[in-house]
Design a binder for this molecule. Structure first.
Ligand SMILES: [Zn+2]
Length: 374
């Protein structure tokens, strides 16, 4: 592929020179058909495996006119995709320096150069170019999207909110869920919920705030709302929910709500908290019976792990030795399993990322359900 790319350069340069030569012989009777000396210098650099010098020579030779702009853009894009961003930048800078470009060609070249800078991590230059592009071509949603990428990388959430709003207003692209996450990054769950009332992250942040302040009823109200709007995240909601009920010394209320939840959403995180209450009020064997009964309906590795722990605590001698071995195997098995997975790209982790590190989408990394998950 690399060699193909480097072959394209001399071919493009030759085509450009030949087009120029043909137009000259229409106007001038006697013109030397000799190839420019630089062409051979470029080839010499290629043969000597000095590609950077060869690229410079061929770019100089590749006359910029309406026929060759597309070649420049295609070559630059190829270099960027290959990760050779410095070369892409040189090609696009060379293109932009030409005064004869049309407005559309200039916009394409600037956009390509801005993408090069973004890829190279030169964020301030990329930002300036995308801002300039918005002034030149405000119809393009792409510049706004790239700007958001830059502000996310810089964690400049205020600017991200401003440009996400502009993108939404100008281009009708729904950004409310993303903007709510930006407000959560600013630790402002109230504004996040004003933008997106179903933002589970904001509900969790706010319920933690209420828990810390001792406003247990408000925390419970928010957790219940989170369960209704986002049942996928029950395993995250259940801890602050149980803590708030505990703050009110209301085990009965908590058990009643969780039983109702379990009927709607069969999740091992609910079963284990209910088993904890049974253990506290009725003893270990009541908890064992409950989990075993639930596991016949909803098989779960975490349920099996909890059962093993309970059996270890209630056994002795040789049986206990064997159960300890089983317990170790279960802990090792679960220790290797991811807990969360991105619904968009499949990225899996043991940590809940609100912003997927792989596909960079917001709010799509969710707890894994089923046998190996919640
Ligand atoms: Zn992802």
């Amino acid at each position: 592929m690399l060699y193909l790319l480097f072959l394209l350069l001399p071919v493009a340069a030759f085509t450009s020179w030949y087009a120029g030569y043909r137009s000259k012989i229409h106007n001038v009777k006697k013109t030397s058909p000799n190839l420019p000396r630089d062409y051979f210098i470029g080839l010499k650099y290629l043969i000597e495996e000095q590609p950077d010098k060869a690229v410079d020579v061929f770019i100089k030779l590749l006359e910029v006119n309406s026929d060759t702009v597309e070649t420049h853009l295609a070559l630059g894009s190829l270099f960027r995709r290959r990760g050779e961003v410095d070369r892409a930048i040189r090609i696009h800078q060379n293109l932009i320096a030409r005064p004869q470009l049309t407005k559309t060609q200039r916009v394409h070249a600037m956009s390509a150069l801005a993408e090069d800078y973004l890829r190279a991590g030169v964020l301030d230059r990329a930002e300036n170019l995308f801002l300039e592009l918005i002034k030149l071509d405000s119809n393009s949603a792409a510049s706004y999207t790239y700007l958001l990428d830059i502000y996310e990388q810089q964690k400049d959430w205020d600017k991200a909110i401003t440009y996400a709003n502009k993108l939404q207003n100008k281009h009708g692209i729904a950004m409310h869920m993303t903007i709510a996450h930006y407000y959560c990054e600013l630790n402002d769950p109230r504004k996040a919920l004003a933008i997106d009332k179903a933002c589970v992250r904001a509900e969790l942040l706010l319920s933690e705030e209420h828990l810390a302040a001792g406003n247990y009823k408000d925390a419970i109200r928010l957790c219940k709302k989170a369960v209704d709007y986002s049942p996928d995240y029950i395993s995250e909601v259940i801890r602050p929910l149980a803590a708030a009920f505990e703050g009110l010394h209301d085990d009965v209320g908590c058990i009643k709500y969780l039983q109702d939840c379990l009927a709607r959403y069969p999740r091992i995180s609910i079963i284990l908290v209910l088993a904890g209450f049974l253990r506290k009020h009725n003893g270990d064997f009541a908890a064992i019976e409950f989990i075993t009964e639930q596991m016949t309906h909803y098989p779960s590795l975490r349920g099996l792990d909890c059962l093993t722990d309970l059996y270890v605590d209630n056994s002795d001698g040789n049986t206990r030795e064997k159960l300890l071995l089983l317990q170790k195997v279960m802990h090792d098995l679960l220790g290797e399993r991811p807990i969360y997975r991105c619904q968009e790209c499949g990225f899996a982790s043991k940590v809940l990322y609100w912003h997927c590190p792989s596909c960079r989408r917001w709010g799509l990394v969710k707890p894994i359900h089923g046998l190996e998950g919640d």
